[in-house]
Design a protein around this ligand. Structure first.
Ligand SMILES: Nc1ncnc2c1ncn2[C@@H]1O[C@H](COP(=O)(O)OP(=O)(O)O)[C@@H](O)[C@H]1O
Ligand SMILES: [Mg+2]
Length: 398
């Protein structure tokens, strides 16, 4: 591992979600490698999507993502504003109080080693615009340290108004920011807004791995333009080039090791023909290498995951959604070792349904921070999380 820089500190220490689908109010401590499990319907995919929404904010797509998901009204927590102790004890039925006492609000937040950030999205103010259904960013805050305190505030956004707390006190930067645009996306000048630029660079580097297509017509199975590709495209259309990029980097032995580990000493190779790259898998005992168009779905899926995880340009955070899906159970051990190898360079969150994967990850380095999500009265809760084990998190108010 000597040639590959390794850092051991978790960059994102806490992820907080309020009012998003079944995540009424979840605050999750993260480690270098975090594994989130839970039964069907416990809120795993919603948590995965919540990470995506934070990344969308940094990439200027938060409001459009929410609109494409059916609008704020369909993703907002559908249960009562407050679940009382009596409701939890079952002595009174779960019901709303009739009128809300607080505004409708979907909030996402994260704490890092240095700065923390939250965004608060709400219903649009009525207008004649054809875009009148777009949710609005009501509030964004950046502060120093993990817990929101007025004295630690660095950037404060209220609807269209952005203020920055500088040496000479609070300074209004703009009063006309679009309520669809995050400050992370809109104010990126690193001289004027160093904290924003830092958080944006961090969050914009996050990568997500759902499933790469593996059907016979999948782009990953086709000959591909061979150009240097440190990052695997989400549809896998540069898989061969991404493999070759790794094979020509300091990560070569990690990728070769991960593939040999999973497929009995097999070897990935890339053949070039008139600028097009063809990916092949050379298996011991076979007379010819298998083209990537011929390998099984599970094999292709594993190779794509290995290429995504062992990128020569490691992102700040990788979030994997059920990476075990359609992999043969025999690959579980190799998958856990792959994730563990990647966690030496990148912070990783694994959302998984597989008890076998959780078990296998428990025996790897670095130490895994493990959370189980459970559903209680329709709400996602973190199992075994009490007042003391829940990180302090303060959403402030509008
Ligand atoms: N707006 C909402 N308010 C409350 N609960 C919701 C809302 N939308 C979806 N849910 C519930 O959230 C649960 C979690 O879904 P999901 O994250 O897909 O679970 P998992 O991935 O763990 O199977 C589902 O049971 C679903 O009924
Ligand atoms: Mg799911």
């Amino acid at each position: 591992m000597s040639e590959v820089a390794s850092s051991v500190r978790p960059v994102i220490t806490t992820m907080a979600v309020h009012g998003y689908r079944s995540l009424r109010d979840v605050v999750l401590p993260l480690g270098r490698l975090t594994v989130v499990t839970g039964a069907n319907g416990s809120g795993k995919s919603s948590l995965y999507q919540a990470f995506r929404l934070v990344s969308d904010a940094a990439n200027g797509r938060l409001v459009s993502s929410l609109a494409h998901a059916g609008g704020l009204s369909s993703v907002l927590w559908a249960g009562p504003e407050v679940i009382s102790a009596a409701m939890r004890a079952g002595t009174v039925p779960v019901e709303g109080t009739g009128s809300r006492t607080r505004p409708v609000s979907l909030m996402l937040g994260l704490a890092t080693d240095s700065f923390s950030y939250l965004v608060d999205v709400g219903l649009p103010t009525p207008s004649d615009s054809l875009f009148a259904r777009d949710p609005e960013i009501k509030r964004e805050l950046v502060w120093d340290g993990p817990v929101l305190r007025p004295a630690a505030s660095l950037v404060s956004r209220k609807r269209t108004m952005v203020k920055v707390n500088g040496d000479a006190g609070w300074d209004t930067v703009t009063e006309t920011l679009s309520t669809r645009e995050s400050v992370l996306f809109a104010l990126t000048d690193p001289r004027g807004f160093p904290e924003l630029a830092q958080i944006r660079a961090e969050v914009a580097s996050w990568r997500f791995h759902d499933q790469v297509r593996t059907d016979p017509d999948a782009p990953a199975r086709k000959p591909q333009v061979g150009t240097w590709s440190p990052v695997l495209d989400h549809d896998g259309q540069n898989l061969a080039a991404a493999v070759q990029t790794i094979l020509e980097s300091a990560w070569a032995s990690l990728l070769a090791g991960a593939v040999a580990d999973a497929f009995d000493g097999s070897l990935l190779e890339v053949e070039e023909s008139q600028g097009l790259f063809l990916l092949r898998l050379r298996q011991p005992g076979m007379l010819r290498p298998m083209g990537i168009s011929e390998v099984s779905d599970g094999t292709l899926r594993y190779v794509a995951l290995a290429v995504a995880l062992l990128s020569p340009r490691p992102p700040g955070l990788v979030v994997l959604n059920e990476p075990e899906t359609s992999l043969h159970p025999q690959l579980t051990g190799a998958l856990a070792r792959l994730i563990s190898a990647a966690a030496a360079c990148t912070q990783i969150v694994v959302v998984t349904h597989s008890a076998a994967l959780v078990e296998a990850l428990d025996h790897t380095e670095p130490d895994v921070v493990r959370h189980e999500l459970v559903k209680e009265l329709g709400e996602t809760r973190v199992a075994d999380q009490g007042l003391l084990s829940r990180p302090t998190w303060n959403w402030g108010s509008r």
